[in-house]
Design a protein around this ligand. Structure first.
Ligand SMILES: Nc1ncnc2c1ncn2[C@@H]1O[C@H](COP(=O)(O)OP(=O)(O)O)[C@@H](O)[C@H]1O
Ligand SMILES: [Mg+2]
Length: 271
């Protein structure tokens, strides 16, 4: 008999409190959540509902006050911070809204950074970073400094860095929050590609249009899961074909009337 694979993430009654006395409130209020391998989850909800708190706990950057968090079937609650850091460096890739690249390191060094914790030699680290940058079509930017990149490029470098360890989970907190619509689109295509390759993705977003990429949409409210909807694959396909409408609602203009007139003239001239 084959052993059943446990869910990548399982939360039971997860609670996080902030403040004391009268000011105490639950940023996360007994959250139950199961995430299977290969899901692409978007988490939505009003500001302050607990999205970042949840993502930080999932990423082992923060701890809950109550409840249980099982990662790959194993409880992580009682593990030390050092152990958490090691698990993070091996299994979890995190992408932030503000990219969080290190300004004094160039692109390839930024991407290679997570491998330092694995005790890998520098040459090997740089080879691995170079490989992943190649898959992101960023090879030409390897020796650029972060400030020489556009926002979209910075976020793609940050995603490459999150992936260099080959993590089983990618967590992203509003990864397109600081990007224009074109860069958002490129970053979302990148995440969508990772999902197709079997990665598990949990992404917080404010933008309802980005849920078209997801296999499951979770709405949060006041530290609780308010709704949890699986997106049927068929519906996803039709949604995907729609043009992505990220910030502006102006549809892409393919051919201006002026140009068409010009082209017509050209064609006529050819005749
Ligand atoms: N470090 C903190 N100290 C005190 N309260 C906090 C802290 N971080 C978050 N909170 C509170 O927890 C709640 C959830 O915050 P957050 O997870 O950042 O929400 P979201 O990401 O959905 O906007 C908010 O009420 C916020 O004020
Ligand atoms: Mg937040």
């Amino acid at each position: 008999m084959t052993k059943k694979i446990p869910p990548v993430i399982e939360l039971r009654g997860l609670t996080k409190r902030y403040g004391v006395g009268d000011a105490e409130h639950n940023a996360l209020d007994e959250i139950d959540l199961t995430i299977e391998k290969g899901e692409f989850i978007t988490i939505m909800g009003p500001s302050g509902c607990g999205k970042t708190t949840l993502l930080n706990i999932l990423g082992l950057l923060d701890r809950s006050d109550d409840g249980e968090y099982l990662l790959d079937g194993k409880s992580v609650e009682t593990l030390s911070n050092t152990r958490h850091a090691r698990i993070r460096s091996q299994q979890i890739g995190i992408v932030f809204q503000s990219f969080n690249l290190i300004n004094r390191l160039n692109v390839i060094e930024n991407v290679a950074l997570p491998l330092t914790y694995k005790g890998m030699f520098r040459t090997k680290r740089l080879i691995m970073a170079s490989e992943i940058l190649k898959s992101f079509h960023l090879s030409e930017r390897e020796y650029y400094m972060p400030w020489q990149l556009s926002g979209g490029q910075m976020q793609r470098v940050a995603i490459a860095r999150a992936l260099v360890n080959n993590p089983s989970i990618i967590l992203a907190d509003e990864p397109t929050g600081n990007l224009d619509s074109k860069s958002s689109h490129i970053v979302m295509e990148e995440l969508s590609d990772l999902h197709k390759r079997g990665n598990t993705i949990v992404m917080v977003t404010h933008n309802p249009n980005l849920t078209t990429y997801a296999s499951r949409v979770i709405q949060m409210l006041d530290g609780k899961v308010a709704s949890d909807t699986k997106v049927p694959p068929a519906k996803k396909e039709t949604n995907k074909k729609k043009p992505l409408n990220i910030e502006s609602s102006t549809p892409p203009v393919k051919d201006t009337p002026k140009k068409s007139a010009k082209n017509r003239k050209k064609k006529q001239a050819k005749k």
